[in-house]
Design a protein around this ligand. Structure first.
Ligand code: X8Z
Ligand code: ZN
Length: 606
């Protein structure tokens, strides 16, 4: 997933690129570049990027697993170097814009221009400034802690556990506010980062960074925005029904003075620090008489699963589909458990250090059912990375970034009771009458997430375009939270706050629309793989565990990497060229019906 840099070849590649462009001190007119020049340029650029990526990946890994001033400085240095050469190469790529080229070569040049999510301006000082800001923002988030009124110091994973399990509104509110003390100091840095990265994007010919991000989907950036609206339109009625029911049940539990029946839901009561997925409040909102009768977190404890056992189990799902076991280095080099003695970035991630075999995950695993799903998610990234490792460097990526985020989740949709029984984690598959409970749990995790998955970049894109000014950062954030999610801040917020910064991907500069796409795609892929696997039951009961046929189809799509438009890959995997939310609607059809009954007589909407 990561392309970074090493020292020696930089000079070489830049020299080659510059001479092709006819730059330097030579005042004579540059000769017209030819398709052969373009091929040679791309070949050299790929070699440079491949080699340079290794050093910067290592520096970044060390930083994120051991945050100090020194590691921050080293990570910033290598990030700066990598960005400098990539920006330089992306600019050089423009000299071939007018040539008619082989489509694969043209695609590589396009990928090169879009390779950075945080493009710096060509100016070396500005590049250094951007690299420093970006390392500092990551460190501020990673080091974030909160000391409670009772004097207890908590890291984010510890706070996440309390947000999941506490039903005391005062305690939840304290942690909700407490965590958000991490982000006001980020605000001036973030504002400057936006200025610099916008300048970088403009240098590459884009209107702003948001337009650049939207240009990486094998369609025009405006068409992509329209596509997002279409997909959200497909899911919104289901989300609205879920929201209506959840609000009513929370009102019953906390009282209508805390959860008003016609207002957005206060954001601290949904079982998650960001109110982005709600599965942890299943006990408050799940259907009575349809309880699945087991709790995965408890079952993991009953069977003495430690963190590594959980990863082993997830690996077993992938190998059952025909994928190779993870390499021995994965087990030695990954971070599974939060170290006691130092600051690390706990937010889960998957790494490919050498663009070949050195794949790893970095997590602070909690022994919960929720984290069991995150482990599948992360291994999905590693399996994908390994599948496309033989593609040329510029095609080592996913069909679109939603596919990368969807793979592990797709597999986790097959972690059904039937599968858990096969694994020996539960003794009995619950009767079909418990399906409603299982569907509700899944909807709280997946359907609830979808508007959040959309709004994070709606906010960022408007920030990048200037439609949201720095004076409006926080208020605009909450307007979007209310508009899409029907969720509101539990206490008044002002522009002294910077609540977007309290979500990892904002200081981490990771685009977020990928997760929205992944939540649509994973159900589409699941439905289709179940057909391939010959499962004829309802899709929420299907598990592709052990299916060679499903594994082959998956592998075929993954191996293509980014070498062709995602529409082609989706066709290989599902037979369709369009992303389509009808699978998620099919999956939850029985729940939708039940929600409609429950919501009768309730006032829905906000
Ligand atoms: O960041 C992640 C993964 C790593 S790519 C753990 N996710 C998003 C989040 O946590 O906000 C997965 C779902 C959404
Ligand atoms: Zn991911």
């Amino acid at each position: 997933m990561r392309l970074f840099t090493r020292a020696t070849p930089i000079a070489l590649a830049i020299t080659a690129a510059l001479s092709l462009a006819g730059c330097g001190n030579d005042q004579t007119k540059a000769p017209q570049a030819t398709p052969e020049d373009a091929a040679q340029f791309v070949q050299q650029a790929e070699a440079t990027l491949a080699e340079l990526s290794v050093e910067a990946s290592r520096a970044e890994w060390i930083y994120q697993t051991y945050i100090t001033e020194d590691t921050a400085s080293l990570a910033a240095d290598s990030g700066e170097k990598y960005t400098a050469i990539t920006v330089e190469l992306a600019h050089q790529a423009a000299q071939f814009d007018e040539l008619t080229l082989d489509p694969q070569l043209r695609r590589k040049l396009d990928k090169l221009k879009l390779a950075l999510t945080l493009p710096a301006p060509l100016d070396a000082d500005q590049n250094a400034e951007l690299a420093k800001i970006s390392a500092d923002l990551g460190g501020m988030y990673g080091k974030g802690k909160y000391t409670t009124n009772a004097g207890k110091m908590l890291t984010l994973p510890a706070m996440g556990q309390i947000m999941a399990s506490s039903r005391d509104a005062d305690e939840l509110l304290e942690l909700w506010q407490g965590w958000r003390e991490v982000s006001p100091p980020m605000r001036p840095l973030y504002q400057r980062q936006v200025e610099l990265a916008n300048a970088g994007a403009q240098g590459l010919g884009f209107d702003d960074l948001g337009q650049m991000w939207r240009s990486n989907y094998d369609m025009g950036p405006d068409a992509f925005s329209t596509e997002l609206d279409r997909l959200w339109g497909q899911v919104k009625p289901l989300y609205d029904s879920l929201h209506c029911h959840v609000r009513a049940k929370l009102g019953e539990h906390y009282g209508e003075e805390v959860v008003a029946p016609d207002q957005p839901i206060p954001a601290h009561l949904l079982g998650n620090m960001w109110a982005q997925s709600w599965g942890n409040i299943y006990d408050l909102v799940g259907p009575q008489n349809a309880d699945p009768g087991f709790d995965l977190t408890e079952q993991l404890a009953v069977h003495n699963y430690d963190e590594k056992d959980m990863v082993k189990a997830a690996e077993g799902f992938f190998t059952s589909l025909g994928f190779e076991p993870l390499p021995e280095t994965f087990w030695r080099r990954s971070q599974f458990v939060q170290p006691r003695d130092r600051d690390v970035v706990c937010h889960a991630s998957a790494w490919d250090l050498d663009n070949k075999d050195d794949i790893r995950i970095k997590m602070c695993i909690q022994r919960t059912g929720e984290e069991f799903a995150v482990i599948h998610h992360e291994l999905g990234h590693n399996i994908y990375q390994r599948a496309y490792k033989d593609q040329p460097t510029l095609f080592q990526g996913s069909a679109n970034d939603g596919f990368h985020e969807a793979l592990g989740d797709t597999v986790a949709l097959s972690v059904t009771p039937k599968y858990l029984k096969q694994m020996g984690l539960i003794d009995q598959v619950p009767d079909e009458s418990a399906d409603l409970g299982l569907l509700m749990k899944m909807a709280l995790d997946k359907v609830a997430f979808i508007p959040f998955g959309l709004l994070v970049d709606q906010w960022r894109w408007q920030v990048f375009s200037g439609q949201i000014t720095p004076e409006q950062y926080n208020q605009a954030w909450w307007q979007l939270r209310e508009k899409y999610q029907g969720v509101k801040a539990p206490v008044a917020r002002t522009e002294a706050d910077f609540d977007p910064g309290a979500k990892y991907h904002v200081p981490g500069n990771t685009p977020y629309t990928r997760y929205f796409l992944a939540h649509i795609l994973q159900f589409q892929l699941h439905r289709s793989l179940c057909e391939t696997a010959g499962d004829e039951g309802s899709i929420h009961r299907c598990s592709i565990y052990g299916s060679d046929d499903a594994g082959k189809v998956l592998a075929k799509g993954l191996e293509m990497g980014a070498s062709q438009p995602w529409q082609d890959t989706l066709e290989v995997m599902t037979g369709s060229r369009d992303m389509d939310a009808t699978a998620i609607i099919d999956y939850f059809a029985p729940l939708q019906q039940w929600l409609d009954e429950q919501n009768q007589g309730r006032q829905c909407g906000w």
